[in-house]
Structures are given as C-alpha cells and as structure tokens.
Ligand binder design. Structure first.
Ligand SMILES: *Cc1c(COP(=O)(O)O)cnc(C)c1O
Length: 384
C-alpha cells in the first residue's frame, strides 16, 4: 500500500465529495451576503443558509430557529458554557462537567472560576460512563448548568445523555452536551437537552463551521461572546459563511440518510479488528466500555510498548496515541487517567478511528501492521 491509511477519524474526517459539490456554487457565483435582504443575491444566500439550518435541525430533531451557526464545536462549547453561566449568574454559580470533557469544555469551565463560578468535575466509572446517580447527588440549589459530552473523542464511549437530561430538567438546571462525536453517528435527540454542540469536520463536512442548538421552548438565554450585526438571533454576530453552512447542512442530511447502513459496516469492521488484535496479541486491553461505544473508535493499550513507539514503527498508518510524547505535556491522556487506566498502560495506548471512507482492505492492513510492530517492539524490549 503506497498511500497513508487514515485511521484518525476522531481528529477530523475527510470532506465528503458530495458536501464539497454542494458548497462550490456559493463561493464565486452565489456569493451574496445572507444579511443583504433587499436584493436577490442576498435572498438566495439567505435561502441556502435557511435550508442548511433545516438540514441540521432535522438530524437532531429540533426546530430550525434553534440552530445557531458557529465556527465549530470549540466555539459552540465556549458560547454554551460562558454564555449560559454569565446570563444566569443571578440564579447560582455552580457548574457541573465530567472529567472526560474535551479540552475546550474543561478550559472554558476553568476560565469561569476566575469569574467566581464553582466548577465541579465529576468522576466517571472505570468503563468511562458517568453514573447518573453521581450527577443527581452533585446538583444543588446553586447549580445552573450541567455539561456532559454525548460521545468521548478518545475512547468512543457513549454517555446516557437522555437520562442525564431528564435529571437536569427535573431540577430546573440547564443541560448542555458536546455532541461533536455523536451527531451523525448515533441517534441524538435534542429533546432531552437545552444546548448542544456540533462540529462540521467531524461528520464529513468542512472545517471552520459548527452549530449550537439553543432551546426556544422554554427559552434558553445566553450572553453572546461576539457583538456586532446581531446575526444568528443576536447569539453570534458576524457575516454568515454561506458555503460552510451549506456544507454542514449537506453533511447532516447525508449522515441522517446513511447512518444506519454506515453504522452496520463500521460495527463489522470493529468486531473484525478487535477479534484479530486479541487473537494475535496477548496482554492487550480495549479501553472504555465494551458495549456502550460508537463503532468507529477503538482505544487499545498494548502492555510493554509505548503508543508513540508503535506509531513510529508504522508511519504510513495515521492513528493517535495517548502517550506523553504526542502532546506538549509529559502527562499521559487525562481521559485514560479518568478511567483509572494504569499509567504505563495509558502510555501504551493507541486510538484507531475509522469511518465512511474506510475499506476492509485498510482495516486488514492496519491491524496486521499494528500486530507486527507490537510483536517486534516487545521482542526488542528487555523488560518484556
Ligand atoms: C473535535 C471536537 C471538538 C472541537 O471541535 P472543532 O469543531 O474542531 O472546534 C469538541 N469536542 C469534541 C468531543 C470533539 O471531538
């Protein structure tokens, strides 16, 4: 195999050619500003944006008007946490998140501490799933917001967001979910949520676009991060990037249409991959719950070898590791730490992500290469 095998679908996904085709007319031909409502070019851009908004809304089962376009899930998460905390600070100052949240949620929450908020970081169980009872106990009368991701980006574990949402609603607390890794892959229903973040480039759409679902009934209010022309119901000023919105809309519609078939294919790949790894290597573990997970994300720990070392041994396979060397810090993955994965096993972890354009040949090749490199590294290791 000449070219690289891309198995890092949680970091980003390729843009689907059908998404790109839908976007192209909106760069050079239909380039109007969707805010220019007094001429036809503006009108046509606005129609395209509204169609895209409806496509996003259909996927998560909400009203079009509840979709706010942003630059990505990082911005959506920041707007949800900072915006809700600042708007509702008279109600209370306690915010609850989980230890598995993406850095942008952790850091947004962290920044709120400097504004006088109390941030509670809930532990998860060893399978990576948050126990709803733990959340229920941590909500008090000062709590204004709970933010729990729907699917984790490192281990692929699915959280019981419907149950978590019901608990929050029962206590009159806002519930936000970072659904960047969930939308388009599993059924995600906005019904149990007040705020939800989506990212374009995680679902075969373009980079630089995302959305935030903001419930209208009962109405959720947010203090904006950006002020200006008052676009997006005043939540997010700035000229709307029509081609990117069209791309996100198309990506959502394709995901909705193909989710069931795609998930079946990826489940077969997943089962094959896991069986082959366990049949050929000893002392391997699959991190995170064995059942409550999306099929396109596997996180293994290969005892006795560094994740980074495996990657260096197979440069043509694009995966990601939870070991220290890939990141700027010396600490291994905080997500694996939160699952109480032993430190050496966290360093020996590898995340394998596959999706829409992955072929069985690539699954076969990548798994064989991993087995071969792990065996070789173990043979070379004096402590193995
Ligand atoms: C990728 C990702 C983000 C950030 O999304 P961007 O659109 O790249 O800003 C946030 N949360 C999760 C879970 C992600 O996987």
């Amino acid at each position: 195999m000449q070219n690289a095998v891309y198995m890092d679908y949680q970091a980003t996904t390729p843009c689907d050619p059908r998404v790109l085709a839908a976007m192209i007319p909106y760069f050079c031909e239909e380039f109007g500003n969707s805010g220019s409502s007094s001429h036809v070019m503006g009108e046509r851009a606005s129609e395209a944006v509204e169609k895209a908004r409806a496509q996003v809304a259909a996927l998560i089962k909400c009203h079009s008007a509840e979709i706010i376009f942003t630059s990505g899930a990082t911005e959506s998460n920041n707007l949800a946490l900072l915006g809700a905390a600042r708007f509702y600070r008279e109600r209370g100052n306690r915010i609850i998140i989980s230890s598995l949240e993406h850095k942008c949620v952790l850091e947004a929450a962290n920044s709120l501490k400097r504004e006088g908020f109390e941030v509670v970081i809930l532990p998860v169980q060893e399978n990576g799933v948050l126990d709803p009872a733990v959340l229920r106990e941590s909500i008090n009368e000062k709590t204004i917001l709970v933010s729990i991701m729907a699917v984790n980006n490192e281990i692929g574990v699915i959280q019981p967001v419907a149950e978590i949402g019901a608990i929050c609603r029962g206590r009159g607390v806002l519930f936000h979910s970072d659904a960047a890794q969930a939308v388009g892959k599993i059924d995600v229903d906005a019904a149990s949520m007040d705020l939800m973040s989506i990212s374009g480039h995680k679902i075969y759409g373009p980079k630089g676009i995302g959305a935030l679902f903001v419930r209208m009934n009962p109405r959720v209010r947010l203090t904006p991060l950006l002020y200006g022309g008052g676009q997006e119901r005043g939540f997010r000023s700035g000229t709307i990037p029509t081609p990117l919105c069209v791309g996100l809309g198309e990506a959502c519609e394709l995901s909705q249409r193909e989710m069931v078939a795609e998930s079946l294919k990826l489940t077969e790949f997943k089962n094959y991959f896991i069986r082959k790894i366990f049949d050929n290597l000893e002392r391997v573990q699959l991190n995170g719950d064995q059942e409550l997970r999306i099929p396109g994300c596997l996180n293994f720990s290969f005892e006795g070898v560094e994740g980074e070392g495996i990657m260096l041994g197979m440069r043509d396979i694009c995966v990601s590791s939870g070991s220290a060397c890939t990141s700027a810090s010396l600490e291994p993955s905080y997500v694996l730490k939160a699952l109480s994965v032993r430190e050496d096993l966290a360093h020996s972890s590898l995340r394998i992500g596959f999706g829409r354009f992955t072929t069985f040949e690539e699954i076969e090749y990548a798994s064989s290469r991993i087995i071969e490199v792990v065996k070789r590294l173990r043979e070379m290791s004096p402590i193995w």
